[in-house]
Every structure is written in structure tokens, then in C-alpha cells.
Design a protein around this ligand. Structure first.
Ligand SMILES: Cc1cc2nc3c(=O)[nH]c(=O)nc-3n(C[C@H](O)[C@H](O)[C@H](O)COP(=O)(O)OP(=O)(O)OC[C@H]3O[C@@H](n4cnc5c(N)ncnc54)[C@H](O)[C@@H]3O)c2cc1C
Length: 464
């Protein structure tokens, strides 16, 4: 990994983030050494030696510019994404979403990277963190143990998570607030029955803040909800070596708690004690508590609702909760193996580690969630790694862009509440002039984001 006269960047991991980082750096005229361990060593979910292999769904979500995911894709195109033009050439019909023929897609990405004159691919596992800088680590949610251990040493044990136990998060604007009341239990925090997140199996301790949204249920509503929950379909474990069930003994999925008996939830995460509904002056039979999830108060997490149910099942059943009939879920419950750092503690919005100049993280390992989100952070890391190699200052994407909002989420979220996030308009700042119509508001946020990204593209091109 010795660097020649031409400035060079090292990238570890040839997944979504790694290929974009390598491509972005190479397109900035920097030589790139890209290390990918497959096919020599496989992860538990990848099946080929191709770069950017889709491990599960073949969808890159919406293409619409009224959807944050569609806007992020357009931002990435304008920033010179590698994967999106290729996705367009091997797309399959999927309505307003962008979906691809996964075999053609990964093969074409691999061929493109292999053909780039400035990129050299090394097919081997990296077991020791290279000393070369700039370095981009993009080894994803299934990073090998040796590298994970080194990352842990680098970032601190409390800043590296190995598993996810995440409860769903909804947008405030999608709630029916007429059915919901604000209160905190006896004027304190939630009941410690597990937070919106209990990473590494440890139920979150009681927070000091006291402002919750409470969705009250009467006995009939509760029993209907419980019946659906115990009969719901669980997700197939994505991961064949899935050991999360044992791991999360301390932090049970809501459906598993429900299976212990009809009243378990009403005495557990849904207990109503100390929550007086101002409309009745009484405690309801059961309550689902929502806790503010971002600084702006646009996202709210369902307290104690970590779940392993299939996502369509989660949507169907959680929309039975009073106030959540039209809920927009920006994140659904997951409990799976997923290595990522606590970015708010260690990362800059430029994707560079605060305490380690020249060392960038990219992809799911930063705490974003999703193929495209991972790829987008890869582009940013690649641009900034190349700029570092060229002796230029690193850049932060504008806050109003979806990419900039993801970065802000990564670095500004309270570490205790940090959980992997995908693109959504809930993390994008509100418009200066409030707009009531949801679709129009989304469209305007999209327009503003694309203006922002155009400014960023010019800034990147200016050099400086
Ligand atoms: C089981 C599972 C299913 C998922 N399903 C979806 C889905 O359907 N839709 C979605 O949008 N997102 C999904 N995700 C989330 C996430 O978006 C993807 O995992 C995405 O591929 C992350 O991109 P990445 O580049 O960060 O990591 P990856 O795409 O996983 O790339 C990391 C690469 O690094 C390599 N690597 C790891 N360690 C080393 C090492 N030590 N040396 C060299 N190379 C190494 C790996 O072989 C891999 O190629 C899923 C995640 C998992 C774990």
C-alpha cells in the first residue's frame, strides 16, 4: 500500500460505499487502492465476488422528487455517482421505484471499477488497519472481526455497536394528534422498559426529559392490537448465523413480550401508570409512548417497541395504535447483526474521524441505513479523501440537502438515541415559510435540496 508520486487513497470494502468512494476519489484524479475480501472470504450474506452486491431487496426505493429517497438519488447523480447510471441501464419495472436486475447491476459496477485507469482492486481481506492516509473504511455491517476490533480500539469500546435493536420511528406530521396526549409518567421519563433503541441488548436507562406523546388504548383496542401482534409474521432472519435472539434476552422484541400473555405489555412497555389522559382525567387501559427522536421534534420513536416482525406486518399492526393510523415510518423495527460506530461521538460531517485526520468512514458503518444512503456517504468520503490527498480542505454538504441532513443526523444526534437512519424528509430542515400541503412541502424541500447540491457541486469543482 505504498503511495507513489501520484496522490493516492486507500479504500477498504467494495460494497456500495466503497465503490462510490473509490470512484469519486479516482474521478478527482487520485490513484485508488481498493481492498475487497470477496470472493476469497465471503460474509454470511454475500454470495458472489462482485462489487456492490445487493444482499437483500433489489430496490433502491422511490425515484420521485417528492420523496427524500428520490431527491437523495438525484443529489448523488449530480455528484457523479457510479452506481446510479448503472442502475438505470439494468432497471426492472417497479412502478415509481428504481429496482435493478441484481446480477447485471453488480457485474456492471464491477466491470466499471475494474476498468478505471486509476483504481487497482486488491482481492484480499484487510486484517490490519493500513497506516496509509487518506484511508476510507467502508467494510459495512458485516465487517470482519479483526478489523472490527481495530475499529473499536480506534473509536473506543462504547462507540462501536455490533447489533441493532431498533424500535420504529414515525414523523410527527403523520400523526393524528387529536387522539394523542402529551404527558410524562409522574412528570418523569419513560419507564425503562426499553427505549427506542437498546443496542447491544442493554435496555436504555430512563431519560431525564419529560415530554412524551402518548397513544391511549381502551381494553378493546388493546386486545385487538395484542391479538394481531401475537399472530404476526416474523422476519426471516436475514443472516444465517443470526444469534441475536440469545443476545437480546435483555431487550425482548415487542411481539415476543406479547406472547408471554395478554397482559404482559399492559404491565410492561405499554403500562399506563401515571399517564393521565386530559380528556378523561383517568389513566387509559394501555399506552404507547412516543419519544422525541431528533432535535427539531419532527421524528418520534416508539418506546420499547423493538421488533423482529416483517416490515409490512409492523406497518399494518402499529397503524392500529390510536393516532398512528396514517403514520409514516421513517424507520421500522430491526434486531440484527449490524456493525456501526456511534458517529455523534466520533465523526465529522465530512465523514472524517474527529480524532484521526485522514481516516474516513463510509457506508452503513457510519450509522446510515440502506444501499443508497451507504453509497451517498461513500461519495462524500471519496471526495473528501481525494481532497485531503491533494492538500485541499474537506467539505461538508449543505444542511438543506438530503445528504447534508444525513450527515447532520450522524454527528448531531444525542449519542444515547443514535440508531441507523435512512433518507427521509423528517431529518431535512423545515422550510422557512411553513407549507401545509404535505406533497407540496415535500416538493419544495426537494427543490431546495437540489439547489443546495448544485452549490456544493460547484464548491467541489472550484478546487480551493
Ligand atoms: C442482511 C442484510 C440485509 C440488508 N438488506 C437491505 C435491503 O434490502 N435494502 C437496503 O437498502 N439495505 C439493506 N441492508 C443495509 C445496507 O444498506 C447494506 O448492507 C449495504 O450494502 C451497506 O453498504 P456498505 O457499502 O456500507 O456495506 P457492504 O455493501 O456490505 O460492503 C462492505 C464490503 O466490505 C467487504 N469487507 C468487509 N470486511 C472486510 C475486510 N476486513 N477486508 C476487505 N473487505 C471487507 C465486504 O465483503 C463487502 O463487500 C441490509 C443489510 C444487511 C446486513
Amino acid at each position: 500500500m505504498e503511495s507513489g508520486i501520484t496522490p493516492s487513497v486507500t479504500v477498504i470494502g467494495g460494497g456500495f460505499a466503497g465503490v462510490e468512494a473509490a470512484w469519486a476519489a479516482a474521478e478527482h484524479g487520485v490513484r485508488v487502492d481498493l481492498f475487497e475480501m470477496r470472493p476469497e472470504r465471503q460474509t454470511s450474506v454475500h454470495q458472489t465476488g462482485d462489487l456492490a452486491e445487493l444482499v437483500c431487496s433489489n430496490s433502491f426505493k422511490s425515484n420521485l422528487l417528492t420523496n427524500a429517497s428520490g431527491v437523495l438519488k438525484e443529489e448523488m447523480r449530480r455528484l457523479g455517482s457510479l452506481v446510479l447510471p448503472i442502475a438505470a441501464t439494468c432497471s426492472v419495472p417497479a412502478g415509481e421505484a428504481l429496482a435493478v436486475d441484481r446480477v447485471r447491476f453488480a457485474r456492471d459496477v464491477t466491470e466499471a471499477v475494474e476498468s478505471h485507469p486509476l483504481i487497482t482492486i486488491h482481492r484480499r481481506e484487510v486484517t490490519e488497519l493500513p497506516t496509509a492516509r487518506p484511508l476510507v473504511i467502508a467494510t459495512g455491517p458485516l465487517t470482519t472481526e479483526s478489523l472490527a476490533t481495530q475499529l473499536q480500539t480506534l473509536t473506543g469500546a462504547e462507540s462501536l455497536y455490533f447489533y441493532d435493536a431498533v424500535a420504529p420511528t414515525v414523523t410527527l406530521e403523520s400523526l393524528d394528534l387529536s387522539l394523542v396526549f402529551r404527558a410524562s409518567r409522574h412528570g418523569k421519563g419513560a419507564d425503562g422498559s426499553g427505549g427506542t433503541k437498546g443496542t447491544r441488548g442493554t435496555p436504555e436507562t430512563e431519560p431525564a426529559n419529560d415530554d412524551y406523546l402518548n397513544c391511549p388504548m381502551n381494553h378493546e383496542e388493546y386486545m385487538a392490537f395484542w391479538t394481531e401482534l401475537v399472530g404476526a409474521e416474523a422476519a426471516d432472519p436475514h443472516n444465517p448465523d443470526d444469534k441475536t435472539a440469545a443476545y437480546f434476552e435483555m431487550c425482548l422484541p415487542i411481539e415476543e413480550m406479547a406472547r408471554r400473555g395478554p397482559r404482559t405489555l399492559a404491565y410492561g412497555p405499554m403500562k399506563p401508570i401515571g399517564l393521565t389522559d386530559p380528556r378523561t382525567g383517568r389513566w387509559p387501559y394501555a399506552v404507547v409512548q412516543l419519544r422525541q427522536d431528533n432535535r427539531e421534534g419532527t421524528l418520534w420513536g416508539m418506546v420499547g417497541f423493538q421488533s423482529r416482525l416483517k416490515w409490512p406486518e409492523q406497518r399494518r399492526i402499529f397503524r392500529m395504535i390510536p393516532g398512528l393510523a396514517s403514520a409514516e415510518f421513517v424507520r421500522l423495527g430491526v434486531m440484527h447483526k449490524n456493525l456501526y460506530v456511534c458517529s455523534p461521538r466520533v465523526l465529522n460531517a465530512t465523514a472524517e474521524l474527529r480524532e484521526h485526520p485522514g481516516l474516513f468512514l463510509a457506508g452503513q458503518i457510519t450509522g446510515v441505513e440502506g444501499y443508497l444512503e451507504s453509497a451517498a456517504i461513500g461519495i462524500l468520503a471519496g471526495i473528501n479523501a481525494a481532497r485531503t490527498a491533494l492538500g485541499k480542505p474537506t467539505l461538508t454538504p449543505p444542511r438543506e440537502t438530503v445528504l447534508g441532513s444525513l450527515c447532520a443526523y450522524l454527528v448531531e444526534t444525542e449519542p444515547k438515541r443514535f440508531a441507523p437512519m435512512n433518507s427521509n424528509f423528517g431529518i431535512v430542515p423545515e422550510l422557512e415559510t411553513p407549507v401545509r400541503d404535505k406533497r407540496e412541502k415535500a416538493r419544495l424541500k426537494g427543490v431546495r435540496a437540489l439547489e443546495g447540491i448544485d452549490g456544493f457541486v460547484s464548491e467541489v469543482a472550484r478546487g480551493g
